[in-house]
Design a protein around this ligand. Structure first.
Ligand code: FEO
Ligand code: CA
Ligand code: CA
Length: 654
């Protein structure tokens, strides 16, 4: 922690102590234990053993590694007994005829065949399809964002031409690569027939209730059914039928220009922070990103896209039934009655958690995209009470979602999902990032990465801290349905808080209670978690937590990286630090092979730092400075996918 932030935290501590104490019992026991009493009519909630500082001896975690130091360094680091290696970097070959990486040439054509920038979500899909192969598969990797200022030194980045825009557009999207483990080492299969780039110029179909709607029609696509590209793909998920759901997150920053005067789009564009002068400059070079020329183009972004990585000729599809907002992730599970449930967070301060339930059950006999399940169903917004979370349906004509409130159809409800969530009084969360389901217990974990804007009078049970600098993780518990399976389609769940990020205070110094600002973990935790973002489960159901402090690591004074904890037993919420990102980077997309022996992770924006002299801008690249991962003069820092394995063999984490 820097000296400045130490002072800020100290001041906050005093204020919070005066304002209110939230006792450990009321937060971790009352929030859960009390739930049991009020929910007896809803069968089947099984409470896990709750994290209780002082109730269990230190060092009880089932994880087999020791914490690594929380130290910012140019080189990354992994726990003793483990080996990390770089699998693929920005600019490496994806398609067989891709040119070699050239750190000084701006080229959209080259980038279209090379690994994109700022890797985020990673999906591992075994080969052959349907197998549990853990030594051969496909990786589907999102490329969330990137500007030439992060890719090239200032003298190249600043001489902006349309080619700069072309390279940025091709650096976005996703890559599909084939990977294989031979003699213990993972490598990318060169010349794979599965290899594919999907970018901002790939043709993508639009399906579901908003497809063909007037608000999705443009001069280039009068049908409103076909769009070029996907943008700001953050996290995602894999469906039971082997396709990938990839999510458009901060799509707002790619559209600029003024809407026509009096446009009915203005109110909702404002709700999404679409601005006349966005951070991104594409609208200067490409007419479709300029709202004064194409006011509807932005309505074709902000969706979840389904892609079949096993078929490189298949057309991706934007599934509008799942709603339009800044989707962080899309996690798919099957409810006991066979219906598909997709969880997604809307990543912004004070936005909502959503789930979507298909109208029809999953049919395992139908292959891949043929399921077509994701076009018909109901989107719900989460409303957290003291002990339960209610899922309120977002259906045109029901409740406040009517013409009087500006909705003319279900398509309107989906295009303006945030507004529908407002009217349904969804619970404003502390930046909902990843939402994932434990493969062992069926419990649902939703990550709040933080919310510096929340004031004391805006706290609610699921977001219990004002000025939430370090984030927290919410645990939702569906009731048990048929065959003893978690019923994800149910309309009421129980919930609890798994942990609160930040430095843990010693309750002994505060009258036996935790001060409200304190971090909260299982007993024995020796590290501090700051800003959880992407999470994953290993096959044993342990939670792995990637962090993202948004480049500015000076607040916490520690690197981003990968943490892990048990979710049951004495090690519940005992957090350990496993992997430290290189300076400037966040940790995205952790993904395990089915046997848990390999962990893939995406190191995003290595080497980046906010300029002290020019706040709001990045420190320019210096190619003479050796940078992760190559440490070769002349090569820039490069976002990369890494592979981590256990030296003694066996599952990562033991
Ligand atoms: Fe793209 Fe919410 O992180
Ligand atoms: Ca994220
Ligand atoms: Ca992030």
């Amino acid at each position: 922690m820097s000296e400045n932030s130490r002072l800020v935290v100290a001041n906050r501590s005093l204020r919070s102590l005066v304002d209110a104490h939230v006792s450990r019992r009321s937060l971790l026991l009352g929030g859960a234990g009390a739930a049991m009493g009020s929910l007896v009519s809803l069968k089947g909630w099984e409470r896990p053993a709750l994290a209780q500082a002082g109730a269990a001896p230190a060092g009880v975690s089932s994880l087999d590694f020791d914490d690594i130091p929380q130290v910012i360094a140019d080189q990354d680091a992994v726990a003793k007994g483990y080996t990390k290696s770089v699998l693929i970097r920005w600019g490496d070959k994806v398609l067989a005829d891709a040119p070699a990486f050239d750190p000084k040439t701006v080229s959209g054509a080259a980038q279209a065949k090379q690994f994109g920038f700022n890797n985020d979500f990673i999906g591992y899909l075994p080969l052959p399809k349907g197998s549990n192969a853990s030594d051969h598969g496909l990786l589907f990797v999102n490329h969330e964002y990137g500007t030439v200022h992060a890719m090239f030194p200032a003298e190249i980045a600043e001489k902006r031409t349309p080619e700069h825009t072309a390279q940025e557009m091709e650096a976005h999207g996703a890559s599909v690569i084939e990977v294989i483990r031979e003699n213990g080492s993972w490598k990318v299969v060169e010349g794979s027939t599965f290899a594919r780039r999907i970018t901002m110029t790939t043709e993508i179909a639009i399906s579901g209730p908003a497809a063909g709607h007037d608000r999705l029609k443009t001069s280039e696509d009068p049908s409103g059914m076909l769009v070029k590209g996907m943008v700001n793909n953050c996290s995602g998920g894999i469906t039971p039928w082997g396709t990938v759901l990839t999510c458009e997150e901060n799509f707002n920053s790619y559209f600029g220009g003024a809407l026509p005067i009096g446009s009915p789009e203005a109110e909702y564009d404002d709700r999404l922070s679409i601005r006349v002068q966005p951070f991104n400059r594409w609208f200067v070079d490409v007419a479709r990103f300029d709202r004064s020329k194409e006011p509807n183009e932005k309505n074709r972004f902000g969706w979840i896209i389904e892609i079949d990585p096993y078929d490189p000729t298949s057309q991706p599809v934007k599934r509008t039934a799942l709603g339009r907002f800044k989707h962080e992730a899309a996690t798919t599970v099957v409810a006991p009655d066979g219906r598909i449930v997709v969880y997604s967070g809307d990543d912004q301060f004070d936005e909502y958690i959503y789930k979507w339930v298909s109208a029809k059950p999953y049919d395992p006999s139908k292959p891949g995209m043929a399921q077509g399940l994701l076009d018909e169903g109901t989107l719900y917004v989460a409303v957290f009470g003291e002990k339960t979370v209610e899922w309120r349906p977002m259906v045109f004509g029901q409740g406040p979602l009517t013409a009087e409130n500006g909705f003319a159809s279900q398509a309107d409800v989906l295009i303006n999902a945030r507004k529908a969530g407002d009217l349904l009084e969804g619970t404003k969360m502390d930046r909902p990032e990843d939402v994932e389901v434990s493969p062992v217990t069926g419990r649902v974990y939703a990550v709040m990465t933080g919310n510096k804007d929340r004031t004391e009078d805006q706290i609610n049970p699921a977001n219990p801290r004002s000025w939430n600098l370090y984030g927290h993780i919410v645990e939702m518990i569906p009731p048990t349905g048929a065959d003893n399976k978690a019923d994800h389609a149910a309309l009421v769940f129980a919930w609890d808080i798994l942990l609160l990020g930040g430095t843990m205070a010693d309750p002994a110094q505060y009258g036996g209670e935790y001060p409200k600002w304190s971090g909260r973990y299982g007993a024995g935790t020796k590290v501090k978690l700051a800003n959880p973002d992407n999470i994953a489960f290993d096959p044993k159901g342990r939670l792995w937590i990637g962090t993202d402090q948004i480049i500015d690591h000076s607040i916490s004074g520690q690197p981003d990286g990968l943490f892990a904890c048990d979710l049951d037993g004495p090690g519940r919420a005992v957090v350990k630090f496993f992997y430290a990102c290189p300076r400037g980077a966040e940790l995205c997309g952790p993904a395990f092979t089915p046997d848990g022996t390999t962990l893939f992770a995406a190191v995003q924006h290595p080497g980046q730092a906010i300029s002290v002299t020019n706040p709001g801008f990045l420190v320019p690249l210096d190619l003479s400075k050796p940078s992760w991962p190559d440490f070769q003069p002349g090569l820039p820092p490069r976002p990369s996918v890494i592979v981590i394995t256990r030296d003694a063999g066996g599952p990562v984490g033991g």
